[in-house]
Ligand binder design. Structure first.
Ligand SMILES: [Zn+2]
Length: 442
């Protein structure tokens, strides 16, 4: 496109162009990481929570300012402590002040600090879809713990049994269906609250109401095997029973010692469940590693195994692909199988320190592996879908036709049902036509 060529060297105009551009969908977003720290702090204040100033973490009442545990509601905007909280709960300024332990550690530490404020799922949904609408996304797949921890508790109660069939039978015999019912009720309540916040269905409905949302069940892979197994069962069963839940994904740092130790077993669990729930599509975080973060062997096969044994149709990140055994053959295999890579450039930069020419995006494109641009944790990373597209152009050198293709990929490879995808794809083409007309006569 002529206008894109004319402005691609102009950061401000390019950002405006990319903001207006239809982006299709965001396929890789963690709901708790999508919310900005400002919202969490406000909700913490509403809930009467306290802030432990020494650790900048939320704590339950009672609060005691004299003992370094003031009420979160007293942390006023613009005060030094307010700024410290925003920095501690996000990647804002981390390179300046909080980088002592590196981006990866700071990133993962944020979640524990604001965790007590993540109970307002409906409000969190409202924030996520409002931002999606503002950025011209029509679709998002949000990762969250759909069951609120109920499945892991059932797993702990059942205890571990390495015979997967017996393990599953024991969970089912002990009333596992109650977990699914609870998860569906939680989603119903969260969506009701979201609609209330956004005034959906009324004449002053917020734009976020028009965004189509699907959920992906998170499985915490650094947990005990019985907890991981039970969460997987919940994810597969929910995705089979509730059209809003489309998939599951393993979360928690891939270089966590437990994640590394149990990786082969997690793949076998996925294979076991895939045989029983073949219609449930799987997406997996894999290859979110940089050399030195984990022993080299951990970088040799996570992507390949996730596809071949874990039956992943999409891979989150895939950053260490060139460190896998025979990477060229793997790239060809990913291309032939049409496995989509969910690319999150800001996240890879702040957590892994990988950007620019060190990022494998160009390799994926060269080998014809489908990719899409995702945000991962836009609240914690203080990023946005527009900023991710901006990085794709400025840091990765992509042209207009390529980023347009990536936007289309984000719907083509979405896990929503076929009819929903068709509707969204038609809508996206209409939006592109209008956008390009408008860009020709700015
Ligand atoms: Zn992720």
């Amino acid at each position: 496109m002529e206008r894109f060529k004319a402005i691609r060297g102009d950061h401000v105009q390019l950002e405006q162009f990319l903001h207006e551009m239809p982006k299709g969908g965001d396929l890789h977003v963690h709901l708790s990481g999508a919310v900005y720290a400002e919202s969490y702090l406000r909700w913490a204040g509403d809930a009467g929570l306290c802030l432990v100033t020494a650790t900048l973490s939320l704590a339950r009442p009672s609060c005691d300012a004299a003992a370094g545990k003031p009420a979160a509601s007293t942390v006023s905007e613009g005060s030094p402590i307010y700024d410290q909280v925003l920095d501690a709960w996000s990647m804002r300024n981390w390179r300046d002040g909080n980088a002592a332990r590196g981006g990866r550690d700071h990133f993962f530490a944020t979640f524990a600090r604001f965790n007590l404020a993540t109970g307002r799922v409906g409000d969190m949904l409202a924030e996520a879809v409002s931002r999606a609408a503002a950025e011209h996304d029509e679709y998002v797949e949000l990762m969250l713990a759909t069951d609120g921890g109920a499945a892991a508790m059932r797993g702990t109660a059942a205890g571990w049994n390495a015979d997967f069939r017996r393990m599953r039978d024991r969970l089912v015999a002990n009333g596992f269906n109650a977990v699914l019912a609870e998860a569906r009720t939680r989603l119903d309540q969260a969506e009701a609250r979201e609609r209330e916040v956004l005034h959906c269905g009324s004449s002053d409905a917020a734009p976020g109401c028009a965004v189509t949302v699907r959920y992906i069940s998170q499985v915490y892979r650094a947990g005990a095997p019985e907890q991981v197994f039970a969460q997987m069962l919940a994810g597969f069963a929910l995705a089979s029973a509730d059209p809003r839940v489309v998939s599951l994904n393993l979360v928690a740092p891939e270089d966590d010692p437990v994640s590394i130790r149990d990786f082969p077993q997690h793949m076998r669990m996925l294979e076991f469940f895939h045989e029983r729930y073949p219609a449930v599509p799987i997406t997996l975080h894999a290859g979110e590693l940089a050399p030195g973060m984990a022993p080299p062997a951990a970088l040799h096969s996570h992507i390949r195994d996730s596809v071949r044994i874990g039956h992943a149709l999409r891979i989150g990140h895939g950053v260490d692909v060139m460190h896998e055994r025979n990477p060229t053959a793997l790239l060809r295999e990913l291309s032939a199988r049409r496995v989509l890579i969910e690319i999150a450039l800001s996240s890879n930069d702040v957590i892994l320190g990988i950007s620019g020419a060190a990022h494998p995006l160009a390799a994926y494109l060269r080998y014809g592996v489908p990719v899409a641009i995702a945000t991962d944790d836009p609240g914690v990373a203080r990023s946005s879908h527009t900023r991710e597209f901006l990085r794709a152009v400025e840091d990765q050198g992509l042209d207009y036709l390529t980023i347009k293709r990536l936007a289309r990929n984000s719907l083509e490879f979405a896990f929503a049902d076929r009819a929903t995808k068709r509707r969204l794809q038609t809508q996206l083409e209409n939006h592109f036509a209008a956008f390009e007309r408008q860009q020709q006569n700015p």
